[in-house]
Design a protein around this ligand. Structure first.
Ligand code: IPE
Ligand code: IPE
Ligand code: MG
Length: 270
C-alpha cells in the first residue's frame, strides 16, 4: 500500500520493495531522505554463531548470510545510498580452517554468478578493496569480470572488502607512495591527509558516515582504520544472516538522530 506512505521524498524505487514489509515501511516514513549517509560500511559478523544455533555447520551460516547481502545491497541501492562497503573476508580470516575458507570462496563465486543481473538492473557499480592478488585465481577472475561488467553503471557503488586489512591497506599506501617518492622529487612537507587518502584502496571514495556491525561485537577487527575516523558506529546484536532491509533502515534512522561534531562544539543548542 504505497499510497499510505506520506514521505514525498522517499525514493519511488524503494516503495514497491518495502510495501509488504510493515516494519520497513514504518521506518521509511521516519527516514529524512534529504540527509542520507553517503557511505555505509558493514562488518558482517555472526554467520558461524547463527549456524551453531541451528545445529548446522558454519558454512551454512555463510550461505544464509548471502540472503542478507542481497537484501542489503538492493535496499541500499533503491534507497539512493551512494556507496555501500561490505567486509567479506579479512587478511586475518586465512587463519580459519581450510574447508571454511574454500566454502567462502565458492559462495563468493556463486554470488557473483547469480547476482550480476541484479547489479546491472539497478545500475550498481561493483568494486573491491583488499589484496585481490592474494585470492585464488578463479575468484580473482570472477571479481575482475564483475567489476568490468558493471564499470559503466552510474548508480550505487558497491565495494566488497576481500582479503582486506586496515593495516595492510596503510602499508600498501606507504609502499605506493614511497615508490613515487623514489622516482621523483618529493618534498615531505607536501604529505598531508588528502595525499595519503589518494594512496588508500578507497582513493576517491568518501569516508564511511555510518559503520554497522552485526552480532554485538564491539570491535573494529582491522576494518577501514583510516577512513572511519569520524564514522558513526551502530551495532546490533542481530546475527548477519538475520539482518534484513528493516535493520538497514533502522540504522539510517538512528544515524540521523546523532549529532556529528567532528571535534567542534555544539552550535545549535545554546
Ligand atoms: C562473518 O561471520 C563472516 C566472515 C567473517 C567471513 P563469522 O564467520 O565471523 O561468524 P561468527 O562471528 O564466528 O559467528
Ligand atoms: C570481521 O569478522 C571480518 C569480516 C566480517 C570479514 P571476524 O569474525 O573475522 O572478526 P573477529 O575475529 O571476531 O574480530
Ligand atoms: Mg566473526
Amino acid at each position: 500500500m504505497s499510497q499510505s506512505v506520506t514521505s514525498d521524498a522517499a525514493p519511488a524505487d524503494l516503495l514497491p520493495y518495502v510495501e509488504s514489509d510493515e516494519q520497513a515501511l514504518e521506518l521509511v516514513r521516519l527516514v529524512d531522505w534529504a540527509r542520507l549517509p553517503r557511505h555505509i560500511a558493514i562488518i558482517m559478523d555472526g554467520n558461524g554463531r547463527w549456524a551453531g544455533l541451528q545445529g548446522l555447520p558454519r558454512v551454512e551460516g555463510h550461505r544464509a548470510g548471502i540472503t542478507s547481502v542481497r537484501e542489503v545491497v538492493e535496499t541500499a541501492a533503491r534507497a539512493g545510498i551512494e556507496t555501500l562497503t561490505l567486509y567479506a573476508f579479512s587478511v586475518e580470516n586465512w587463519k580459519r580452517p581450510r574447508q571454511e575458507i574454500d566454502a567462502l570462496m565458492e559462495l563468493l563465486k556463486e554470488y557473483l554468478g547469480r547476482e550480476l543481473g541484479t547489479l546491472l538492473e539497478h545500475s550498481i557499480r561493483f568494486e573491491s578493496i583488499g589484496r585481490l592478488d592474494g585470492l585464488p585465481e578463479d575468484v580473482q577472475e570472477d571479481v575482475r569480470s564483475a567489476i568490468a561488467a558493471t564499470s559503466a553503471n552510474t548508480g550505487m557503488r558497491f565495494i566488497i572488502a576481500l582479503n582486506y586489512g586496515g593495516r595492510t591497506e596503510i602499508v600498501d599506501a606507504f609502499r605506493a607512495a614511497l615508490e613515487v617518492a623514489r622516482n621523483g622529487d618529493f618534498d615531505p612537507a607536501e604529505l598531508d591527509e588528502s595525499w595519503l587518502s589518494n594512496y588508500l584502496y578507497t582513493a576517491g571514495v568518501p569516508d564511511p558516515d555510518l559503520l554497522i556491525r552485526t552480532s554485538g561485537e564491539l570491535r573494529i577487527s582491522n576494518f577501514m582504520l583510516y577512513q572511519i575516523a569520524y564514522a558513526e558506529i551502530w551495532v546490533t546484536s542481530k546475527l548477519w544472516p538475520d539482518f534484513r532491509r528493516a535493520d538497514l533502515l533502522r540504522a539510517i534512522v538512528d544515524f540521523q538522530k546523532r549529532e556529528r561534531r567532528y571535534g567542534a562544539v555544539d552550535t545549535g543548542r545554546g
